[in-house]
Design a protein around this ligand. Sequence first.
Ligand code: GUN
Ligand code: FE
Length: 420
Amino acid sequence: MVKGDIAFTSSKDKLDIYEDAYLIVEDGQVVKISKNLEESYKDYPVEDYTSKLIIPGFIDIHLHAPQYPNMGLGLDKELIPWLETYTFPEEEKYGDLEYSRRVFTRLINDLWRFGTTRSVVFASIHKESTKLLMDLFVESGLGAYVGKVNMDRNTKKELTEDTNQSILDTEEIIKEYNDKSDLVKPIITPRFVPTCTEGLLEALGNLAIKYKVPVQSHLNENTSEVIWVKELFPNSKNYASVYDDYNLFGQTKTIMAHCIYNTDEEIDLMAQNGVYAAHCPYSNYNLSSGIMPLRKFLDKGVPVGLASDISGGNSLSMMRIIAGAIQASKMKWLGTEKELAPLSFSEAFYLATKGGGSFFGKVGSFEEGYDFDALIIDDSPLTGIKDLTIEERLQKFIYIGDDRNIIERYVKGRKVRKPF
Ligand code: GUN
Ligand code: FE
């Protein structure tokens, strides 16, 4: 049981706030929140966080672990030249397990530091390095979906997989890791359509269905990429339908990153198939990709989460990304003659918690039955000048706070210490 000032979003429209309240946790799950402690709970041990904020852990639904050493580098380029100049040469290095370990322990420590309790992660094409990343996540106590990247064309020779080997390696990881941990799971990860042959896409869709494994990829990020996909698949209706034709678009739980240039038909297909959009506002600025028309996705009922897209994005902080998503939505609002309404604070907070968290199950909220994934925030250095409501304190933390304000992290009811 914890006690403090509790804030979360059970729905997008408003914050649920409980001032100076008790939150009761049993078997890692939220049982109830109450202002006064009932007799039956009197003997429960209490972690007393009076005057601190208690909020759900953040969820980052799209980032690339092997790109972590590149964070902040080469962001004056557009997507395809950036991939060729910076990203592919870095991703080549992960045949080296010592280097992999150095990068991944640092990344996981930093995810912990910034309060990202669950994430959905691309590894590289390398099987052993991907397994190491999964093992390190298990060791850390943080939750993650981790995918070995598949690509068998249109990249550097060193990163071009043999199609059969790519499928065999992916299946091996699925078999080994599908039931190994309840917090760390495999996810099928075709990089994006341009780097995958039809044979590879077809085999990956079959694996997804055979083993009931989720899928992640990229969709409609950049105008040159969209044209390239049209050239590669002239007979497909659109970019999304290439994935859909191969059972990689919601046939099992699926996340598509970016979705900036989706047609209305593609947005409808995402809504129909329950495909998640990962909104990556910083990456979309850095690589001159564009601004996703997020409001259209929300209005049509597409599930949405927020994401850092390291290293297209330049910050792991979901606080910054929540603020960035609101800022991006305001620029979009202006650019569409005020048709697509900007995000409210509660909507953006929801997307970074319950929105992305729903990909993991009952995660990202403090409603009954949800996993108790939580952050304890000491916002006292940010306040004290004038009286603030709990919602205002949360706004301050999101806009001007940083990792120093996060004093504890919980995942499934367990306190998680600095992993490495
Ligand atoms: N599209 C294909 N690969 C990538 C990647 O690594 N990052 C981003 N932002 N887009 C991609
Ligand atoms: Fe990405």
